[in-house]
Design a protein around this ligand. Structure first.
Ligand code: CP
Length: 332
């Protein structure tokens, strides 16, 4: 694996390797070994053309915990506002020596362009591009599902390595969601059954070709599908207004039809968990009751994101093991 551009590029073995390696990274953190020497002397550039809290900070934290040097670039306040292109920005950062470029961009396909361009010699990691892909979000979501639902004591008492047989409902603004696209691909690769639930206006054209079911009725999916997990998506009002469209259905109709509230939470199977990639619109796609309930693992998703991004950077930059057992032991 030279780059991580799309969840759809990952084989089942590659995805499982990343999740297993993330588990080992998390174990070092649990033992309060905050820093591993693995990427000493390497430079990771965080190249963010679009706003982010969780992804940018967790990539920075992950790189630092692997002892890499980190350069944070935010388009706001940079020469991008004077019209500098992605190419010239990338060439400038490459001149400073980037071993990996973690890129978030509002244009779908920007990370693929960067990886194919030769403007950087480093590994390219997609931290979210337009409405296209957010592969590390899908990986941290799969990691979170696995920790709660799979293996000894989970609802799927299997080897604990993949998500065979789990049913995950992904609910809301699928049309604008790179998180939904990446999750459908990765969860399918790992053996889960996915149902997308959205109003017809927020379902993408061509969804029939995706490896998932589609429903327009959340209450039916909860009652009949009995999902093991519900992943609520953020309603992306900023992408609706930039596309010239309004918010349809109205916020009130949306919340009635697709919001997760205390009543729907109560109707879920007892073991089911609630995920949300953040940032949340409380009161729109998720009520405060649901967001703060013990079944919500939203804050844990953020913590898991650090371990998963440590694993991704380690596997890309340190050459990576062929088996998880080859992961280096930490020095405290
Ligand atoms: N989940 C996610 O990508 O959050 P940020 O936009 O805060 O990075």
């Amino acid at each position: 694996m030279k780059h991580l551009l799309s969840a759809g590029d990952l084989t089942r073995d590659e995805a499982v390797l990343i999740l297993d390696t993330a588990g080992q990274m998390a174990a070092t953190q649990a033992r309060e070994i905050k820093k591993l020497p693995t990427l000493r002397g390497r430079t990771v550039v965080n190249l963010f053309f679009e706003d982010s809290t969780r992804t940018r900070i967790s990539f920075e934290t992950a790189a630092k915990r692997l002892s890499a040097d980190v350069i944070n670039f935010s388009a706001k306040g940079s020469s991008v506002s004077k019209g500098e292109s992605l190419k010239d920005t990338a060439l400038t950062l490459q001149a400073m020596g980037a071993d990996a470029v973690v890129i978030r961009h509002q244009a779908s396909g920007a990370p693929q362009t960067l990886a194919a361009s030769g403007w950087t010699h480093g590994a390219v990691v997609n931290a979210g591009d337009g409405t296209h892909q957010h592969p590390t979000q899908a990986l941290l979501d799969a990691y979170t599902l696995r920790r709660h639902l799979v293996g000894a004591g989970g609802t799927r008492d299997t080897t604990g390595r993949d998500l065979d047989g789990l049913h995950v409902a992904i609910v809301g603004d699928v049309l604008h969601s790179r998180v939904a696209r990446s999750n459908v691909q990765l969860l399918h690769t790992l053996g889960a059954q996915v149902t997308l639930v959205a109003p017809p206006t927020l379902v993408p054209v061509g969804v029939e070709a995706w490896p998932c079911d589609v429903s327009y009725r959340l209450d039916d999916v909860i009652a009949d599908g009995k999902p093991d997990a519900v992943m609520m998506l953020r309603v992306q009002r900023e992408r609706m207004s930039s596309a010239g469209g309004g918010f349809f259905p109205s916020p009130l109709e949306y919340t009635r039809g697709y919001g997760l509230d205390a009543r729907r939470l109560e109707a879920l199977p007892e073991h089911a968990i609630v995920l949300h990639p953040g940032p949340m619109n409380r009161g729109l796609e998720i009520s405060a009751d649901a967001a703060d309930s013990p079944r919500a693992v939203i804050v844990e998703q953020v913590a898991n994101g650090v371990a998963v991004r440590m694993a991704v950077l380690y596997l890309l930059l340190a050459g990576g093991p062929t088996t998880p057992a080859a992961t280096p032991q930490p020095t405290s």
